[in-house]
Design a protein around this ligand. Structure first.
Ligand SMILES: Cc1cc2nc3c(=O)[nH]c(=O)nc-3n(C[C@H](O)[C@H](O)[C@H](O)COP(=O)(O)OP(=O)(O)OC[C@H]3O[C@@H](n4cnc5c(N)ncnc54)[C@H](O)[C@@H]3O)c2cc1C
Length: 470
């Protein structure tokens, strides 16, 4: 009897190192590479994230055609799409990579109740159930999680699966919807070629200085692979494998140490996925119960100033404008603006999480929630409540020449470096010299940091006291 399998593409937009595709094709006479446009996900996605994914799918389709196949696109919800497909051509089994968000798990359960759904590991390096404490509980603190993560056998570059040379044909009768049109996102070409080049380049050069450069806002010291990992244009395993090779090739301890720090970012990625898997309530609530009663400020005006990069704090504004223009923000920037929203403006971290998901090209529920809860001090492994970033110190430290500020806040670019960080310090005479008018050319600070710091410490203290009384 002829076997028809579906390769259900979700976060694995690639043909190489793809266990779901590899298993689906092996015993299939006919194969359907399927992407389902889930209205629930696509309608709410950041425009740049959506455009990146659509470009990646279009590029995947080109690769599939070269192997004698083709991408099949259908409208969701998934259950409905599969019912239609099985009516049309009697698909026998569905192969996909396991995803761990509450939405994905619920969706997959509903599909598995009706169809033969086979899930494979591969979105993360270690399955959320693979790194547990001795008593079987999940870790809630990163460092012991990381130590255990490293103790277990690691994949090697040889474990990566090659791309298939041919694919089984599509069933004759199957049709595809059109993939929606999209424009490429500047700076982030959604193609397999770009993904490979980026990884290879990074593994050859910058990874060897990652630990030293990763916090500099003005340098290209990080990999910028996040959207490629988000949608699986590269696999986590091959990213890890490239880092391993770089480490083996390094002759000294220093570059090896720098590379290890980058590998540990992949471990953070696994860690936050693990947290979301075991504690799915974090999508709607703080992980730490003692912070559920924080009295957040409601200020649409302040929230908007933050979103638009008009807070009067140059480094915060530069980062927020980088996000609006490119869809990406440096990790140090994410920490600075998150701390500012939550601890200077005392606005609920969930408003920031939401804005990031609406704008980030790499927006990922687990990493984003983890990053916000960490910054707010409400998360599993969070920055303590009293660690409140001073945006001016952060600015001097991580953009020492003010070059990053000059790039994204051009109204400050003509000022000498020190004033780019703190334009309010210009004397009247100096302001005249640079023809700069605070309040006209660039906004006054919307909040005084020292005042805001104390306000936040008080609010967090009250929240803890309220919890202990209830
Ligand atoms: C408030 C906040 C929100 C964030 N939201 C997201 C998000 O939606 N999506 C996202 O991928 N990352 C998120 N991060 C993590 C991090 O900022 C980005 O992964 C990183 O900036 C991406 O740039 P890169 O690819 O150059 O990273 P690199 O420094 O080169 O790191 C390599 C890869 O490791 C992973 N990674 C790195 N740091 C983290 C981290 N702290 N947590 C989880 N994974 C990490 C990413 O996949 C990244 O591409 C967030 C961090 C914060 C503080």
């Amino acid at each position: 009897m002829s076997q028809t399998n579906v390769w259900w593409i979700r976060r694995d937009v690639r043909i190489h190192d793809n266990e779901a595709l590899d298993s689906a094709r092996q015993h299939a006479d006919q194969l359907i590479p399927l992407f389902i446009i889930e209205p629930n996900l696509m309608d709410n996605a950041a425009p740049k994230r959506k455009a990146f994914l659509l470009q990646a799918l279009s590029d995947l389709n080109r690769q599939l055609k070269a192997l004698g196949s083709q991408l099949v696109v259908r409208q969701g919800p998934a259950l409905h799409a599969f019912q239609k497909i099985t009516d049309e051509c009697e698909a026998d089994a569905i192969f996909a990579h396991e995803d761990f968000t509450p939405f994905a798990r619920q969706r997959d359960q509903a599909i598995a109740n009706v169809f033969d759904l086979r899930l494979f590991p591969g979105v993360v390096l270690r399955h959320p159930k693979d790194v547990l404490k001795g008593d079987g509980d999940p870790y809630t603190v990163y460092t012991p999680y990381k130590n255990k993560w490293h103790e277990k056998p690691l994949p090697t570059p040889a474990d990566c699966l090659p791309a298939p040379k041919t694919l089984p044909p599509l069933p004759v009768k199957i049709e595809s919807d059109r993939l929606p049109e999209s424009e490429p996102v500047p700076g982030f070409m959604g193609t397999a070629k770009e993904a490979q080049q980026r990884l290879t380049e990074f593994a050859k050069h910058n990874i060897r200085q990652y630990q030293s450069l990763r916090n500099r806002l003005d340098l290209n010291g990080t990999s910028r692979l996040s959207p490629y990992l988000r949608f699986g244009l590269i696999s986590a395993r091959e990213a890890f494998g490239n880092a391993q090779i770089a480490s083996l090739q390094a002759r000294e301890d220093k570059p090896r140490h720098e590379i290890r720090t980058w590998i540990n970012e992949l471990v953070w990625r696994d860690f936050f996925t693990t947290i979301l898997y075991h504690f799915p309530f974090v999508v709607n609530a703080p992980f730490r119960e003692d912070y559920q009663h924080i009295q957040w400020r409601q200020s649409a005006e302040d929230l908007q100033a933050w979103q638009q990069g008009q807070t009067g704090y140059p480094v915060v504004d530069a980062c927020m404008r980088q996000l609006s223009h490119t869809g990406w923000m440096h990790n140090r920037g994410r920490m600075i603006v998150a701390s500012f929203l939550v601890k200077d403006l005392l606005i609920n971290w969930q408003s920031g999480e939401d804005w990031f998901m609406k704008n980030l090209i790499d927006g990922d529920p687990a990493a984003n929630n983890g990053g916000w809860q960490w910054s707010a001090g409400t998360g599993t492994d969070a920055a303590p409540y009293f660690r409140i970033f001073n945006p001016v110190i952060q600015s001097h430290k991580f953009d020492p020449d003010g070059a990053f500020i000059a790039q994204w806040v051009p109204e400050l670019s003509a000022l000498p470096t020190a004033y780019r960080h703190e334009p309010w310090k210009l004397s009247k005479k100096e302001a005249e010299k640079y023809a700069f008018k605070l309040g006209t050319d660039y906004p006054h600070r919307i909040v005084d940091h020292a005042f805001a710091r104390q306000r936040t410490l008080d609010a967090y203290k009250t929240a803890r006291e309220t919890t202990s009384e209830t």
